[in-house]
Design a protein. Structure first.
Length: 588
């Protein structure tokens, strides 16, 4: 019998729960919605499986058997027969760059483009999506082709990038009224359409603007492109809202009901406007950078400030760089570059009002972590290389010793990619540090990681080692990714990655370092129950239980019963947020 099947004992337990837990519900207003005939994985250890759930005013009021919950319905109750489908608490993504995802979904995304036909196709599609007159900026053409040729993203520009040299004649006919300033994967090439050149007042007298027969071709060097960029007006609120709606639709189709966002300050108003309009279809935990801790304290903003739709949660710092740029910090040098990677400098973290949220200069991160913890905030610090992870653990340990116990302290390492060894996992467990990881990274990075760091890759994305040590696993996506890869926000593909450690094509056989695989239950918890705990929302989110938010994902297959290799193909049929259906897959 599969783990998702309901035994007679389980049915008896559920019946008892329906009699005891929702007794008050029988005497009150009937539910608004009842989902029945399903296989509900509740995330609740006291009652892990159920058949039906009842919702009123956006809150779960009862969980149990079909018979007992259908007895609660009134004349206005909507009932939906799930037909045996699997139901999970709504997925919670621990790491997104929401505004960037919206820009790429609504705007121009040329990551997969490496020829004229692809450029024309994507520019035309983008012009059809964008508001009239809105600028089309970015694109990064040739990125994926470049990485297919070289794991370091370098040393093959002649093969990938330089072979494709577009000019404005390709994009003028398909870009309409939208000015366009585009560039390739490493910004060694820039291209402007006629509308952009006119908006900037560019002509053949400009240095760095290529002309042919007295007419600009649209090709620019970096300095000329910067002159065009300087004329681009800020994206107005209407465009930001349109981008946000596109991003929310992507989340909804994958059952994501809450997302943690690395939030630039000007994005806050976007979330509030969406909520006012009734268009916020997922809950957001906003995460600003770590050096804002004193500004937030002085403004009266505390950890968890907000409500159950929009909250401030954690502050992000940066220890080192990233594996994609060979800048994550290691004890030993990269095999490909001969250097150890770099510490993140405060001037490179993008926050202009304070000291910056990087590790450097010496003592900067120590000052920030001590200050944030003293003010009641939880630092969530990016650390990827083995030395970077050990150094932030040193700081967390020192803060706990000097500041003493604090209720609600939940420190986390973001990415936590390459441990020095199993002793690092043991230390994280001892200190109670959360591993905020993105499992899809593992099956994407495996294609080049051993080339760069050799045997150290054994301790990369060490889900199994961390779990066995007792470290809380928290999962997410890092959506939308980098110029090396698009990171899907689909949690089922993240679960697939953690369970199989294989690429989407099924390699290598048995998985990459298969001892680091985890099971479906653990991966589901990392996307639901655990992430609610990370945010301090465990009392009302992350489970299907009475009193919890009615955030649910209905799937077309039971992850506990399908073959591991089929997890990536499991789809979402229905997404419910606060008792409201925000996505329903069309019947085919």
């Amino acid at each position: 019998m599969g783990r998702g099947s309901l035994t007679p004992v389980a049915l008896t337990v559920m019946a008892a729960l329906v009699i005891t837990l929702p007794a008050e519900a029988r005497q009150q207003t009937p539910p608004d919605l009842i989902l029945h005939g399903g296989r509900l994985w509740t995330g609740d250890d006291a009652a892990p499986w159920a058949e039906a759930v009842a919702v009123r005013d956006g809150i779960i009021v009862a969980v149990g058997t079909d018979a007992d919950l259908l007895a609660l319905r009134g004349p206005d109750t909507e009932t939906r027969d799930l037909g045996g489908r699997f139901v999970s608490p709504g997925f919670i993504d621990n790491h997104t760059h929401f505004n960037r995802a919206g820009e790429l979904l609504l705007g121009v995304n040329l990551l997969e483009v490496s020829d004229a036909a692809g450029l024309v196709r994507e520019v035309r599609r983008t012009a059809e999506r964008l508001p009239e007159g809105a600028w089309m900026v970015g694109g990064m053409w040739g990125a994926y082709a470049q990485w297919a040729l070289s794991s370091t993203g370098r040393d093959s520009a002649a093969e990938a990038g330089d072979a494709f040299l577009p000019d404005r004649d390709l994009i003028d006919p398909v870009s309409g009224s939208n000015p366009a300033l585009l560039w390739n994967w490493d910004r060694s090439q820039h291209l402007a359409n006629g509308a952009a050149l006119r908006a900037a007042g560019a002509d053949c007298s400009w240095a760095g603007l290529e002309c042919r027969d007295g007419r600009p071709t649209g090709r620019l060097d970096a300095a000329a492109a910067e002159r065009v960029r300087a004329t681009i007006p800020p994206r107005d609120l209407d465009q930001k809202l349109a981008e946000a709606r596109a991003a929310l639709a992507d989340l909804a189709q994958y059952g994501v009901t809450t997302f943690f966002d690395i939030t630039p300050p000007d994005q806050v108003v976007v979330y509030h406007r969406l909520r006012e309009a009734g268009d916020l279809t997922a809950r957001v935990n906003m995460r600003l950078v770590l050096d804002t801790w004193d500004e937030m304290r002085d403004a009266g903003i505390t950890e968890g400030f907000g409500d159950r739709w929009i909250r401030y949660q954690g502050l992000k710092g940066f220890m080192d760089g990233i594996m994609g740029a060979s800048s994550a910090r290691f004890y030993d040098a990269y095999l490909t570059t001969g250097v150890r990677g770099s510490w993140r400098d405060e001037r490179s973290t993008g926050h202009v009002t304070g000291q910056g949220s990087g590790y450097m200069p010496e003592g900067n991160m120590r000052r920030l972590v001590f200050g944030a913890d003293s003010a009641g905030f939880n630092p969530r610090v990016h650390a990827i290389g083995d030395e970077a992870i050990d150094r932030i653990l040193d700081l967390f340990q020192e803060v706990q010793r000097v500041n003493g116990p604090r209720a609600g302290r939940r420190f986390a390492i973001i990415h936590n990619q390459v441990l020095h060894g199993p002793e690092t996992a043991e230390r994280e467990a001892t200190l109670g540090v959360i591993a905020e990881m993105q499992p899809y990274h593992a099956i994407d990075d495996m294609r080049w990681m051993e080339e760069r760091i050799g045997s150290r890759a054994r301790w990369a994305y060490a889900f199994g080692t961390l779990e066995r040590a007792g470290v809380l696993l928290s999962f997410g996506s890092d959506w939308p990714g980098t110029n090396a890869a698009w990171y899907t926000v689909n949690p089922l593909q993240g679960i697939y990655a953690a369970v199989t450690r294989q690429t989407l094509q099924g390699t290598p056989a048995g998985g990459w370092y298969p001892e680091e695989r985890i099971d479906v239950d653990s991966a589901l918890r990392a996307y639901t129950v655990n992430n609610a705990w990370v945010a301090g929302e465990e009392a009302y989110k992350g489970k299907i239980a009475p009193g919890f938010l009615a955030d649910l994902a209905v799937l077309d297959a039971n992850p506990f019963e399908v073959a591991p290799e089929a997890l990536k193909d499991v789809g979402v049929v229905l997404t419910v947020v606060g008792g409201r259906v925000v996505f329903e897959r069309p019947h085919t």
